[in-house]
Design a protein around this ligand. Structure first.
Ligand SMILES: Cc1cc2nc3c(=O)[nH]c(=O)nc-3n(C[C@H](O)[C@H](O)[C@H](O)COP(=O)(O)O)c2cc1C
Length: 361
């Protein structure tokens, strides 16, 4: 990194890039304007268009990054002002203006402390309900970000049904050549690539049991996947993953009255706060949202050239079922996740060193 960049700016940007992004795409770069401005620029081309209607995935990642940066800045004694410029998706997404004299509440400090510990945990969880204190602590976040909110689903039967609806995604991923290709293009087996922080997911972060890991190597080949699809393999995977997702204490859903750039950005901020809160409480967390994103893409594109009319209709039905199970009412289910008690993940996705451009005003 550049000598001209003050240490606190570097520290804030490092906190920003610890944020989650779809398939660890890291769809951002930063501009530092002395003395105290950090710009967050969006790179939607790094996220796959099939899961990025209106740059939604990119903006959620940017929102999470800005939330981290804001917590880090306050912990360092700065007062950050966030302005969102999402009118132009694809370029400048947000600006963080730092003034001296800020502070951080003890509660927010507990979130800032775990920014670099937050991680996706795709293992099976312990199949038990929340401790009461943990539930209360999560629910504290309900109004923490303007314009968006979230709901938790804890009823075991409703969780099982909803998890099954969500894993309709796996069935589709293994049944269509184009989705299969993009799913496997994002997975790598090399430790070096993970250590270098390359976008994509190391196979070990998927937490597959050893026989499934071996199978995955050959499943990469479409002809193998196609042959297995004929004997109902995608359905089997979807069912197995649904049981795993239902082993959480709750499924969660961030909701918004609108689906626009600001709503996606704020969803990212709230998602990150919930994830950090869960981490601080010793809980595990995984975003499980492909189905919602893909269905919005199907609706937008009328994608009957790729997907069968039956699968489009089925995805729309599962999308509605998911919203209804959470009781979203007139709101939209923006992103879904699971949270619970799990053993630590086997492997963590690393990050590339952030690109920081320095501009002298
Ligand atoms: C918009 C968005 C969508 C995501 N969708 C999924 C998902 O459907 N399944 C999943 O396991 N992880 C999902 N993730 C988590 C990312 O894969 C994860 O954050 C990224 O690989 C970095 O790893 P980390 O969270 O361990 O730091 C999503 C994250 C974001 C921001």
């Amino acid at each position: 990194m550049d000598d001209e960049i003050p240490a606190h700016i570097t520290q804030i940007i490092r906190a920003a890039v610890a944020a989650p992004s779809g398939d660890n795409s890291q769809p951002w770069h930063f501009v530092y304007r002395a003395p105290g401005t950090i710009e967050f620029h969006a790179h939607p081309e790094k996220d796959h268009p099939m899961f990025n209607v209106d740059d939604s995935g990119t903006l959620i990642a940017l929102g999470a990054a800005v939330e981290n940066a804001s917590l880090e800045a306050r912990a360092l004694g700065y007062q950050p002002t966030i302005s969102v410029s999402v009118a132009e998706p694809g370029s400048l997404a947000a600006t963080l203006q730092l003034a001296p004299g800020g502070d951080i509440s003890a509660d927010d400090a507990s979130l800032q402390e775990v920014i670099h510990h937050r991680v996706s945990n795709r293992k099976a969880y312990a199949n038990r309900s929340f401790d009461n204190m943990h539930r209360q602590a999560l629910l504290q976040e309900v109004n923490s970000v303007p314009g968006v909110s979230f709901l938790l689903l804890e009823d075991r039967d409703a969780m099982r049904r909803t998890a099954r609806n969500l894993t309709n995604m796996e069935r589709i991923a293994l049944s269509y050549k184009k989705v299969h290709h993009l799913f496997f293009a994002g997975i790598f087996w090399s430790d070096e690539r993970n250590e270098a922080g390359e976008p994509g997911l190391h196979i070990k972060t998927l937490e597959l049991p050893p026989p499934a890991q071996a199978l995955f190597r050959i499943l990469r080949h479409w002809k193998v996947a196609q042959a297995l699809a004929r004997i109902g393999f995608p359905n089997f995977v979807a069912k197995t993953n649904a049981a795993q997702n239902a082993s959480a204490s709750a499924l969660g859903c961030v909701t918004s009255p609108t689906l626009d750039a600001k709503a996606y950005f704020n969803t990212g901020r709230l998602l990150e706060r919930l994830w950090l809160r869960s981490t601080a409480l010793g809980m595990s967390f995984q975003v499980v949202t492909g189905l919602l994103f893909l269905t919005r893409h199907m609706e937008r594109e009328g994608d009957v050239t790729i997907f069968s009319a039956q699968d489009v209709a089925h995805s729309q039905e599962t999308y509605k079922n998911i919203g209804a199970a959470f009781g979203v009412g007139a709101n939209h289910p923006v992103i879904t996740f699971r949270v619970g008690y799990g053993k630590p993940p086997t492997r963590r996705s690393q990050r590339m060193a952030p690109v920081i451009e320095v501009v002298h005003s």
